[in-house]
Design a protein around this ligand. Structure first.
Ligand SMILES: [Zn+2]
Length: 118
């Protein structure tokens, strides 16, 4: 039997964790609804070239991490949204029930084991 309440709690916990991590690296752009890396404050008065390059690399690394976290967050938000629907736990390909073990491991899953690659 699928325990939706437990899955919901797990999703919410993971969502809070991800939001916490995102907040540590960037901020949510309220217009685009996308997370953006925050560049570090430039120190005054002098900034040498190496420093600038480091900063840029940092920013790039942060941006790509944020993209990964953000897409995970979006699938969790989608799963939370789906949880209340009749179709939750059904494979989007074959419409059969998704294996419970799979849902427990990844509540954001939208396909059964057989259709993972689809
Ligand atoms: Zn399927």
């Amino acid at each position: 039997m699928l325990n939706k309440k437990a899955i919901k709690e797990k999703l919410e916990k993971e969502r809070d964790l991800l939001v916490g991590e995102l907040k540590g690296m960037g901020k949510l752009n309220t217009e685009t609804k996308e997370w953006e890396a925050t560049p570090e404050e430039l120190e005054v008065p002098e900034v040498d070239q190496n420093n600038m390059a480091d900063r840029f690399e940092d920013f790039e690394a942060k941006s790509s991490t944020i993209k990964v976290l953000e897409s995970r967050l979006n699938s969790i938000l989608g799963a939370l949204n789906n949880l209340s629907k009749e179709s939750f736990g059904k494979c989007v390909v074959c419409k059969k029930d998704i294996e419970i073990s799979r849902l427990e491991a990844n509540p954001a899953a939208t396909t059964c084991m057989e259709h993972i690659e689809s």
